[in-house]
Design a protein around this ligand. Sequence first.
Ligand code: PLP
Length: 419
Amino acid sequence: MSKNFQYKNQTLFCENVNLAEWAAEKKTPLYLYSAAELKDNLNTVNNIGRPYTFLPCYALKANYNPHLLEIIQKHNFGADVVSGGELIFALKAGFKAQQIVFAGVGKTEEELELAVKKGIASINVESESEINLLSHVAGRLKKRTAVAIRVNPDIDASTHEYISTGKKVNKFGVEPEKALQLYKKLKKDEWLTPEGIHVHIGSQITDKTPFERTAHVIENFVKQLEKEEISISNIDLGGGIGINYEDDFSDPHKPSTYIRHILPAYLQAFGQMDKRFTVELGRSVIGSAGILITRVIYRKESADKIFIIVDAAMNNLIRPSLYQAYHHIVPLIKKDAPTEVVDVVGPVCETGDFLAKDRQLPRLEEGDLIAVVGAGAYGQSLSSNYNLRPRIGEYLVEGDQLRTIAKEQSIEEIYNQYG
Ligand SMILES: *Cc1c(COP(=O)(O)O)cnc(C)c1O
């Protein structure tokens, strides 16, 4: 699938665009996305879901650029939102309210009110207090509202502890015993309808086993609900399918996303349950479609380290600093130079500001352009203005076309926020 990023004559192409040539005159750093890669991932999900009653949703938090949302919406996806802001972006991008689900441990009254008014597909609640507040809001607005309870299945997703969400010790969801009590309470509620059950165990999971175990827990839980004569029609399986951060674009047959390896197994693990399935995919859909292009500013050699100082930093891509995440790095023009072990670091005044540590790379020179791979998800959406560095531009490739889909921020714009 990484056929969308490939070397031709030692130069990295995205689809039909020669990136080295194009980026040579561009202000860096910048994010660049392949529409074809995104569409391949969306079509893969749609094909896998075909035998089921199936609503694939896109998790906006991975990347909420409206131009990307528009492509995703046109592929018959719904949206998974975690704030009022994301709900508004989803609606503006054309997602129908009936195809939007809303998750999160701390939804405010204002956010719940917006969701109830719009009549979204499901509000996925995470505590008894939230149910009480939501019932109050729905009653005030006199609108029947569909809800699901996010069940915490106590499954270790074997991912980084900051992105594991389905263990007992995590803040997310409700343990099954407590969830059962809450479903009984919902059954009697005048304004809330328990239509579904929701689960989401973590992110960047590259093995199907934790998903199969989750399916087992949920299946048993649904049986328990049915004993209590609570019948739900929808199972929301969450997201969390990983991507291949080690993709070096050398082999078009290497997977860039694990959708094909995991999603069919997860769905099959539910056997013949006659339910509607929702999935919430973020990274596995958009992650492999984006790269971060950055330029080497300086080489700096100290007694026992070589630092490659680039113009992108932790404020643009925080995953390495926050999760010790690995992102493969490739030069836009392949080099025959001997390799050396380097730290690739940014200009931000933090020791934690790095994109790669102790990485074997061909010798890079000042002015060289490199791409940080797998940067489509949790890149720009997790960026900040730290060190007063403006948000960077975003570009979209479609075949041989390339267009700007986000202008870079100016310091003036940031200054003007302060009135
Ligand atoms: C973040 C999140 C997702 C998407 O996670 P990915 O790992 O990007 O697929 C799905 N559902 C919920 C509730 C989330 O919080």
